[in-house]
Design a binder for this molecule. Structure first.
Ligand SMILES: NC(=O)c1ccc[n+]([C@@H]2O[C@H](COP(=O)([O-])OP(=O)(O)OC[C@H]3O[C@@H](n4cnc5c(N)ncnc54)[C@H](O)[C@@H]3O)[C@@H](O)[C@H]2O)c1
Length: 267
């Protein structure tokens, strides 16, 4: 779809990464759903399309403020993906995922962006026993320093929604990849096509105050409560079960969090 002046623009932070690349797919990505894409990342993707713009910015740097505000000027929405996507030292995680999310939300507020979609994670609630449904309004039980930063991101989103009226949707994404690799993944997989459906719904769906939603495919072995995602309009189509005969058995601990261990939290 060719963008016009009427095409709503969405800024994709972390656009060069895995999920950003799924959202940018020319066959069925967000552009095909009517969004004009403004990419932002600390690393430039080598395939920026003619209908896309790109801003080089490191959200851990205070100096990124101008670049963020310029990229967001006149945009309708932001999908905030930039950050560290797994366990790491506290200092690195805090700078990228907490301070970085603050800078993105603050730039969105200052530029009048209507909606911000935050990439949260199942690790925000990873100390609930596997198979137990943590509802979105249950107390978070992060399973790692990474998970703590995702809880903090959700809290920042809640503040910006309640105090400043920014529409903020936090998506607790499962395992978003081309395919599940293990039996465990079969329950938490979010397919490349479903992440596009999920984010599109998060950008458009009705919100009333801060929203938290789980994001997985329609997995036969899934156990998360997708009610708030479905309320946004998310209608997952894929099921990890089609890979069930071709995944490794995984002897995962009974609580996800035991698998997330920082090598050196003080590094
Ligand atoms: N992929 C998953 O299964 C999954 C699951 C749950 C949550 N998430 C979250 O979704 C988001 C995207 O995940 P992903 O798998 O695409 O990760 P990724 O590592 O593939 O991509 C992250 C992107 O962010 C950019 N980035 C990192 N730090 C930055 C900074 N300081 N400034 C600007 N850009 C920066 C990187 O260059 C990269 O392009 C992350 O916030 C992650 O925590 C991912």
């Amino acid at each position: 779809m060719t963008p016009t002046d009427a095409t709503p623009a969405v800024v994709l932070s972390g656009a060069a990464g895995r999920i950003g690349t799924y959202l940018r797919r020319t066959d069925g990505g967000l552009a095909a759903r009517g969004w004009g894409l403004r990419l932002l990342d600390a690393a430039e993707p080598d395939d920026v399309g003619p209908e896309e713009t790109f801003t080089l910015a490191d959200i851990t740097e205070e100096e990124s403020r101008d670049a963020l505000e310029t990229a967001m000027a006149g945009a309708d929405a932001v999908v905030h993906l930039a950050g560290i996507p797994s366990e790491d030292s506290w200092t690195r995680l805090r700078r990228a995922n907490v301070d970085g999310t603050f800078r993105v939300l603050e730039a969105a507020r200052r530029t009048g962006v209507r909606r911000v979609v935050l990439a949260s994670s199942n690790h925000a609630v990873g100390y609930y026993p596997l198979g137990e449904v943590a509802r979105v309004d249950d107390t978070p039980r992060p399973d790692s320093f990474y998970g703590v930063t995702k809880v903090a991101g959700e809290a920042l989103g809640s503040l910006y929604a309640d105090k400043y009226g920014v529409e903020v949707v936090s998506l607790r994404i499962g395992m978003c990849a081309d395919r599940p690799r293990t039996t465990f993944d079969l329950g938490i997989w979010l397919s490349p096509a479903d992440v596009v459906r999920l984010v599109d719904a998060a950008l458009r769906g009705p919100v009333d105050g801060p929203v938290v939603a789980y994001g997985v495919s329609a997995n036969t072995r899934g156990w998360w409560d997708l009610t708030s995602a479905r309320d946004l309009g998310y209608d997952p189509q894929d099921d990890g079960e089609v890979f069930a005969d071709d995944v490794e058995a995984y002897d995962w601990p009974d609580v996800l969090g035991h698998g997330m261990v920082a090598t050196d939290p003080l590094a």
